[in-house]
Design a protein around this ligand. Structure first.
Ligand SMILES: [Zn+2]
Length: 419
């Protein structure tokens, strides 16, 4: 069975590398003519820069991937896992302390291995292409804050789960699921107020006319604007975005200051209309339900597999602690989940289409959103020529050229507004 698992892992790895490779080849094999809307925005020089940016990202991604594959092989198949498991067992007799140590130390090691990559990406790669606006000091303070928040959340979540497992050995899967569901809902609603302000500064919109227009749009979409804010994302990166959060009908709209810099008001409103579309079409709710169903199934499956003690045998081991088995199961889950990727990407692209249609209905045409997206692609040096298979597999949004053409053809469909 160990060999079957190894083969399965290598197969997934080969498919991943294969997809990356055809995507790089496709980009290098030449450019197709771009639709008119790109002219004046994206010229040959921009495309060269996009290619160079994508290639630089591919290179560091490749090294990171290889390191990950080697570590996984050594840890799971090279005898490191049983050694580590025994080491942790030697530290403490307490089930919860052991579990926290087991996952905590692993997470710490993983973070340390990731540090050079993070440094390289921010201060070499993003710097070279003019995206990085972060000082080393800010990077360090971000790292410290996320470590602290991560540690608190980790102890709360993992400690809570282990406690529930100990408390209800015959039905923990249901309790664990409920616990996670409550905590993740809590975080979803609270993080804009508790966690994000630790990293970003939220201020009222500086462009006064924009706020009135945003509020108009929200009313028209049936949402009541709580706060309309801009966030100082430009302190860290030149990449841009917009989002909105909130409970029920009261919405908090957040625009990145970089987005306000890059787009004009009409384009900004179209982007916002798209975001409102996700809310009005119930995508956020669907996403939440989907993840909770998956979580419930995963908890039940984990419970069944762990109760039957089949995992140690699969890896050719005599015994493995509870935490060790959970780790192996999580790894197996990520392998199976890989084959699920194209389906969830397709589902996400469908939602993006619906939100785009909603934006067309709100704004009256797709032109504004299309031109906004073209500008964002220009500013973010997006890859305009992904390999179709790669896009089918991974892309959560329709590839830009296709999306822009679709938006320009788009017509207002009034039935969309019916409740
Ligand atoms: Zn969207």
């Amino acid at each position: 069975m160990k060999l079957v698992l190894l083969f399965f892992y290598l197969l997934v790895t080969a498919i991943r590398f294969g997809l990356d490779w055809i995507n790089i080849r496709h980009r290098q094999q030449g450019r197709k003519p771009l639709p008119d809307i790109f002219s004046g925005q994206v010229d040959e020089e921009r495309l060269d820069r996009s290619d160079a940016y994508a290639l630089a990202g591919d290179r560091v991604g490749f090294v990171e991937d290889i390191v990950g594959v080697i570590l996984t092989l050594v840890f799971l198949f090279g005898g490191l896992l049983p050694w580590y498991d025994r080491l942790i067992i030697g530290f403490s007799d307490n089930f919860i302390v052991r579990g926290l140590l087991f996952f905590g130390l692993l997470a710490l090691v993983q973070m340390i291995i990731g540090l050079p990559f993070s440094l390289y990406k921010n201060f070499v790669l993003e710097e070279k292409f003019g995206f990085n606006r972060m000082s080393f000091k800010l990077w360090c303070s971000d790292l410290l804050k996320s470590l602290l928040i991560g540690a608190v959340l980790f102890c709360l979540l993992v400690g809570g789960v282990l406690w529930l497992v100990q408390l209800a050995p015959q039905s923990w899967w249901l309790w664990v699921w409920g616990f996670w569901a409550i905590i993740s809902l809590f975080l979803l609603y609270l993080s804009p107020y508790l966690i994000e302000p630790l990293f970003f500064k939220f201020t009222p919109l500086e462009k006064e006319d924009l706020e009135a227009e945003v509020r108009d749009l929200l009313e028209k979409a049936g949402a009541h604007a709580g706060k309309v804010l801009q966030v100082d994302a430009s302190r860290r990166s030149g990449h841009s975005n917009a989002y909105f959060t909130g409970i029920g009908k009261v919405k908090r709209v957040v625009l990145f200051d970089t987005l306000i810099e890059q787009l004009d008001n009409k384009e900004l409103l179209a982007v916002l209309a798209h975001e409102l579309g996700h809310w009005r079409c119930g995508h956020l709710r669907q996403q939440l339900i989907k993840s909770q169903v998956v979580a419930l199934f995963s908890c039940w499956l984990a419970f069944t597999v762990l109760n039957n003690q089949i995992l140690p045998g699969w890896l050719g081991l005599e015994q493995l602690s509870f935490a060790g088995q959970v780790l192996v199961l999580g790894w197996l889950g990520s392998l199976v989940g890989f084959f699920w990727t194209p389906l969830s990407s397709w589902w996400s692209r469908r939602h993006e289409r619906q939100a785009d249609q909603f934006a067309i209905n709100m704004v009256g045409s797709g032109e504004e959103l299309a031109s906004g997206l073209v500008k964002l692609a220009r500013e973010n040096l997006s890859n305009l020529f992904p390999h179709p298979w790669y896009a089918v597999f991974y892309y959560s949004h329709p590839p830009l050229v296709e999306r822009v053409l679709w938006l320009q053809r788009g017509r207002v469909k009034i039935k969309f507004f019916a409740d």
